[in-house]
Design a protein around this ligand. Structure first.
Ligand SMILES: [Zn+2]
Length: 464
């Protein structure tokens, strides 16, 4: 969604409700075990579903995937997690969001975009956004994402030092994007200060096992040419991606054409940003030439179907992009414009919307939809050798979906059932790097009671 103009207050950081948990990452031991599942969808190799197979995990990595009986016999030292009615898929990758805005879920709905932003969201942010807001809101988002099968979030919000800490504290993978915007705000006053703070956070997390960084110039209409050029230099210096809202609405393109004589895409291309480091978000307005340029440049597209629908922003031509060879991923955008972070629902919406807009039911089939939310996300992140599929050597980022319920019967095709008949509510178990974060629907380390209390305090504060 379009957001982040000059609306944050310069008030001192809020500390009243801020009670960060001590860092837990150092205490988490990666584990070794066998997952014995009825069905496994590895995503790679493509269009595969394994029946009665097991995933052998050692020290947080997938060692092998083999028939269940052999796995148990070959690894008598390992305990087995029995999942007799479950389908195991790779952890889902939410390729775009603003996690802390989960605290604004349902705050203002069903409004025209600029009314929603200017009269509701931005004023609320101006009053409430602080380090504590970012930490608590991100923790709330992490809880929802774990509960619904997401194991990696791409996140862009104010106080990224706090959001990064929230991810690290909860053993959750993330690409934390450093915001860059030309207007002064509570995080930084100038584009140069944004970039300086980004460099500091890059240094802090450059060797972190779960949290990565990126630079996020907000959008063409909020960042100067100089800002984009410096962002590109910093991206090359640190070898990190650039994450950018681009062509979210027709109005964005029309305004730029009127003001500068060129579409935002052309400006970004001319500034030298259009390459495999660039992660473009939304892209509802694309010409055939722009699609061809995207394909030849290696730039990625993040499709946010439910946010685009809710804000009536337009339709990303996913089928055409995939046909052209562009890497397309899926993101929820923020819970303020979605209104949940359920990636299973999101990939289903992506599939249905692609069919509807192409008038072709073969566009984005079930396997492809799952790829958008897994291996394609990993490719965008430059992590396709680490996550995004269930293959020996990769990290054990695993999601189990319990398919015993009546709404899954009969099980003709587990891939179809996951994509077209399930939601995050059927997720039972989640592992990140071999650490079980969700055990039969229960958080293993996240303190849900304390989190609910903090969220309630924010609700009362915002309603005061
Ligand atoms: Zn966004």
């Amino acid at each position: 969604m379009r957001r982040h103009l000059n609306l944050l207050s310069n008030e001192p950081a809020e500390t009243l409700l801020y009670t960060p948990e001590p860092a837990r990452t150092a205490h988490i031991m990666t584990e070794s075990f066998i997952i014995d599942a009825r069905w496994i969808i590895p995503v790679v190799p493509a269009r595969t579903c394994l029946l009665d197979h097991a995933i052998v995990v050692r020290a947080g990595r997938i060692e092998s995937i083999q028939p269940s009986q052999g796995a148990r016999a070959d690894n008598p030292d390992l305990t087995a997690v029995n999942l007799p009615t479950h389908t195991v898929i790779p952890g889902l990758i939410n390729a775009h969001g603003h996690a802390a805005m989960t605290l604004l879920r349902g705050y203002a709905d069903d409004r025209e975009l600029m009314d929603w932003l200017e009269n509701h969201i931005w004023p609320a942010e101006a009053r409430h956004v602080s380090p504590a807001f970012s930490y608590d809101g991100t923790t709330l988002a992490v809880a929802e994402m774990i509960r619904t099968g997401t194991t990696f979030a791409v996140d862009s919000y104010w106080f990224p030092d706090e959001t990064a800490k929230a991810y690290a504290d909860n053993h959750f993978r993330a690409q934390v994007c450093m915001p860059l915007i030309q207007f002064p705000n509570a995080w930084a006053k100038t584009e140069d200060e944004h970039l300086q703070k980004a460099a500091e956070l890059h240094e802090q997390y450059r060797n972190h096992s779960l949290v990565r960084t990126a630079i996020a110039p907000h959008a063409p209409y909020t960042v100067t040419d100089d800002g984009f050029i410096k962002a590109k230099e910093q991206s090359l210096q640190y070898n990190v991606p650039i994450h950018l809202h681009l062509h979210e609405t027709r109005g964005e393109c029309e305004d730029a054409l009127k003001d500068s004589g060129k579409r935002p895409f052309k400006r970004i291309d001319e500034l030298g940003l259009m390459d495999h480091h660039l992660q473009t978000v939304h892209m509802t307005q694309l010409t055939e030439n722009e699609i061809a340029t995207l394909a030849s440049s290696g730039a990625h597209v993040v499709h946010c179907p439910e946010s685009n629908l809710k804000l009536a922003s337009g339709f990303c031509p996913v089928g055409g992009l995939l046909d052209a060879g562009v890497n397309v991923c899926v993101g929820t955008d923020s819970a303020a414009s979605n209104n949940n972070l359920d990636m299973i629902e999101e990939l289903r919406t992506a599939a249905l919307l692609a069919k509807g807009t192409a008038l072709d039911p073969t566009t984005v089939d079930a396997h492809t939809a799952l790829e958008l939310a897994t291996i394609n996300g990993a490719r965008m992140l430059g992590m396709a050798d680490e996550i995004g599929s269930l293959e020996p050597g990769k990290a054990a980022d695993l999601v189990a979906i319990d398919m015993a319920a009546i709404n899954f019967q009969p099980m003709h095709d587990p891939v179809s059932q996951v994509v077209y008949a399930s939601s995050g509510h059927q997720v039972s178990d989640v592992w990140i790097s071999g650490k079980r974060l969700l055990d039969e629907g229960q958080f293993t380390q996240l303190d849900e009671v304390a989190l609910r209390q903090r969220v309630q305090a924010w609700l009362e504060r915002m309603q005061a």
